[in-house]
Design a protein around this ligand. Structure first.
Ligand code: ATP
Ligand code: MG
Length: 571
């Protein structure tokens, strides 16, 4: 904690923070104290454009851009586009959109690792000249086979002691495309006996004679991640190069390359990646779900992708709140899906516009309301924010209410409509239920009531209380809508647990989508926009879907009002 000692009030001290500093902030503050980077803070988000971003990436984006903001520093967006086979401009565009949507601002610093290929090549030549890199003719399989084991050192490549001249010549010819794919590599000459496998002469370049989405056919060799990444950070003057824990054992290599070149060296810092229950996060699996048609695309509202969450109804504020809530740590853990959902509820409870919608309608007829009469009633748009104002809602003799707000034979504690009981119609009147009409199969098709004209606005002049308030939609002016109720994509908390007997796809939740085709909405929802979020009173939080048309609005449920899963778990 940054607690301040009242005896020792330093007028220059930073204002006390509301929370304790996480370990990366502590490192940055120490670096600022020691002047390690001249008080600069410069971070980056380095996605590979080989898929859409997911909520795990959001953690990294919010962390990196947030640190830059917090310390008055800079934040770069850099595409780590070093693997032409899997990368695509479609992904570049979606990633830019998602990073910007999350509120991370790279200003004019949008970079591509491929723009540094020439400089990386020159650096590799420097290492060859220093005797620290060599061209190796072993295949990928042979390199793996000669790597050694944790207890035995690796076997030095027979090509390890090629002369500098021969290496320079061969490396140039690799670049020129003279050799087949995979027939040679450039390897760093480090230590085949190192206890750290990453230091056993790692590959720096491989031959891939494939066109690159930005470089065209210019290159026949492509740099490996470990070689490229530190150079990218160094070239951009990054101070704190934040990555996930699995790169911890790559840090010595990151430092070795930069030290051998004698160039500026950022500090690599590892943090725990985000894992979330009821979701899979690996790009390979997300691609499989999309390509295999298990979901309706990258932006399917059940996907943990940023575009999926956005379409579902998440807002940038909700995702940032989630990232703040989970914090930053050094140990891997799995976060409960409820934490994400509750962040959304917390944000939308404050910001969502309230509207009335009936998802499973039956007719409510007010027998003593004059035939042909209509009126409008005033409804509050958001009780949490007076500035959102009010709106007028039409009302007449025939309304829709939720089917389960009526029960013919109700238990004592049932506070909604049942013959003889009086309830409040939200913003409208008190009504007393008289009876119902059934079809030939015994299904209730109409509920009949009388209203009390003295209770306009939902208040009685005589102070009479009612125990229930239900929502409704005027039948004559209702919009017919499709409403999609989403649930978790998987039915088990850890679909990719290696202990599971089946494939993760065996655990897809068969009830993750329920489509309601004839929901009834109050007319104000005809003005809904894609960016706005709505609370359908008593029903949940909703967002307009991109498939919506003026004739048939489509809404997605972002979240239920409360966490129904935790209730189920407690039962
Ligand atoms: P791959 O499956 O290809 O390894 P990746 O998810 O690591 O994919 P990158 O494009 O390399 O994809 O990731 C960009 C950045 O996002 C990296 O800095 C990485 O550390 C970070 N990142 C990726 N997944 C997570 C996660 N689950 N939690 C936190 N950060 C993540
Ligand atoms: Mg990665």
């Amino acid at each position: 904690m940054t607690t301040q000692n009242p005896e020792n009030l330093d007028p220059n001290a930073a204002p006390e923070k509301a929370r304790s500093l996480h370990f990366i902030e502590q490192i940055i503050e120490e670096d600022n104290r020691s002047g390690k980077f001249g008080n600069r803070v410069h971070t980056r988000f380095p996605p590979e454009p080989n898929g859409y971003l997911h909520i795990g990436h959001a953690k990294s984006i919010v962390l990196n851009s947030g640190l830059a903001k917090e310390y008055g520093g800079l934040f770069n967006l850099r595409f780590d586009d070093t693997n032409p086979a899997k990368e695509d401009v479609e992904y570049v565009e979606s990633i830019k959109e998602d990073v910007a949507w999350l509120g991370a601002n790279w200003e004019d610093r949008l970079f591509f690792a491929s723009d540094y290929f020439e400089q990386m090549y020159d650096y590799a030549v420097q290492l060859i000249k220093k005797g620290k890199a060599y061209v190796c003719d072993l295949t990928a399989d042979q390199i793996r086979e000669t790597r050694g084991t944790p207890t035995e050192p690796g076997k030095p490549s027979p090509w390890r002691d090629r002369s500098v001249e021969e290496n320079l010549d061969l490396f140039q010819r690799m670049r020129d495309g003279e050799f087949p794919d995979g027939s040679k590599t450039l390897r760093a000459k480090i230590d085949m006996a190192s206890p750290n496998f990453n230091m056993r002469d790692p590959v720096m370049y491989r031959i891939v004679r494939a066109p690159h989405h930005r470089q065209g056919t210019k290159w026949n060799i492509y740099p490996m991640y470990d070689w490229a990444h530190g150079l990218e950070d160094s070239i951009e003057g990054i101070t704190h190069s934040i990555c996930t824990l699995e790169f911890e054992h790559h840090r010595p290599l990151y430092e070795w390359f930069l030290n051998e070149l004698g160039v500026y060296r950022p500090q690599q810092i590892e943090f725990a990646r985000l894992n979330l229950t009821y979701a899979v996060m690996s790009k390979r699996k997300l691609i499989e779900l999309v390509k295999g048609g298990y979901v309706a695309g990258w932006d399917d509202p059940r996907m943990p992708t940023i575009c999926g969450l956005r379409r579902r109804g998440y807002t940038p504020e909700a995702i940032r709140l989630f990232c703040q809530t989970i914090g930053v740590a050094k140990f891997n853990s799995t976060i409960e899906a409820t934490v994400l959902e509750n962040s959304l509820r917390e944000v939308l409870n404050k910001s969502a516009l309230r509207r009335m919608a009936v998802l499973n309608p039956i007719k409510l007829i007010i027998d003593n309301y004059p035939e042909g009469q209509t009126e409008t009633l005033t409804a509050v748009n958001n009780p949490e924010n007076e500035a959102d104002g009010t709106r007028e809602v039409p009302f007449s003799k025939t309304l829709y209410i939720e089917r389960d707000d009526f029960m013919e034979d109700a238990p004592k504690k049932y506070f909604r409509l049942t013959p003889g009981k009086e309830v409040r119609l939200r913003y409208a009147y008190y009504v007393t239920c008289k009876n119902c009409v059934k079809d030939a199969d015994g299904n209730v098709v109409e509920v009949h009531c009388d209203y009390d004209p003295e209770t306009r606005g939902g208040q009685s002049a005589d102070g009479r209380k009612v125990q229930g308030t239900i929502h409704w939609v005027d039948a004559a002016t209702a919009l017919n809508a499709e409403v999609r109720l989403y649930d978790r994509l998987f039915s088990v908390p850890n679909p990719d647990d290696p202990q599971n007997t089946g494939d993760y796809k065996d655990y897809l939740n068969p009830d993750s989508l329920t489509v309601i085709s004839d929901a009834k909405l109050e007319p104000a929802l005809g003005d809904a926009t894609l960016d706005e979020r709505y609370q359908f009173e008593r029903v949940g939080y909703f967002a307009l879907d991109k498939a919506s048309t003026p004739e048939k609005p489509v809404f997605n449920r972002a979240a239920s009002l409360r966490d129904s899963w935790s209730k189920i778990a407690k039962k």
